[in-house]
Design a protein around this ligand. Structure first.
Ligand code: CTP
Ligand code: CA
Length: 225
């Protein structure tokens, strides 16, 4: 149903990207969630498509238009995002840009919780599956290149490197989301791409530009085999 991708350095390659937050229902009208505009993930999806890739974008709830030419799969919860990611494989590249809610309510109340019927004073939480760690550690069908993101507020590079090692992704893109930095919700981002052998600290740039830069670096890596 999609038009053929333009010819580019990622022609013939399949890229799967998660983006946006997840919403974990408390009841039919309330959720537990993370902050994420989805802008960076959508920009990476568009950039990979512009380089000729066949792109599946698995998106949590955001208010952004679908990037043209990408196959967009809309999900709400982490478990739906996990299932959609597994379904979208095999792929050459997996990029986990989503701000997945780490926990979900242990029970989803099927009816609206009402104040006059006792209301809600606490929510029991259970941990969600880790999509990036799961895909990074697939025995069969692991994408050749798995890229994670690490949004941190202190010791950004230290925490990001620890995360890369723990989850076993190939690269991790680290950014500082301390209050006052523009990356959360804004149109710019300032990141360090940690690859292990060729780390790169980039200046602040538009999220679109960073998407294009990442698409080029991914093409370089796949060319190297
Ligand atoms: N991630 C994921 N599934 C999860 C949690 C995180 O795929 N359940 C991915 C994110 O998309 C991101 C990377 O893992 O690429 C790091 O996410 P982050 O929230 O920074 O790491 P956590 O391991 O959840 O650690 P914490 O939130 O405690 O810092
Ligand atoms: Ca997290």
């Amino acid at each position: 149903k999609l038009l053929p991708a333009p010819q580019g350095r990622l022609s013939g390659r399949k890229v799967v990207i998660t983006a946006g937050p997840t919403h974990e229902p408390v009841d039919p009208v309330r959720f537990v969630g993370n902050r994420s505009s989805g802008k960076q993930g959508y920009a990476i999806a568009a950039a990979c498509r512009n380089e000729g890739a066949d792109v599946t974008l698995i998106s949590g709830p955001v208010s952004l238009p679908a990037p043209s030419g990408c196959d967009v799969i809309h999900v709400q919860t982490a478990r739906e995002m996990m299932a959609a990611t597994e379904q979208a494989l095999p792929a050459d590249v997996f990029i986990a840009c989503a701000a997945v809610a780490d926990y979900r309510p242990a029970v989803e109340t099927p009816h609206k919780v009402k104040k006059e019927r006792g209301g809600l004073t606490a929510i029991d939480l259970i941990e969600n599956p880790d999509i990036l760690a799961t895909i990074s550690q697939l025995d069969v069908g692991r994408p050749q290149l798995v890229v994670g993101f690490a949004a941190e507020t202190d010791d950004v590079l230290g925490h990001a490197e620890t995360k890369r090692a723990r989850k076993k992704c190939d690269w991790i893109v680290a950014n500082d989301v301390s209050p006052g930095t523009p990356s959360m919700g804004g149109d710019k981002n300032e990141v360090t791409i940690i690859t292990g052998d060729d780390d790169e600290s980039l200046p602040m740039m538009a999220k679109d530009m960073l998407g294009a830069h990442l698409a080029r670096r991914i093409a370089d890596k796949l060319d190297q085999g």
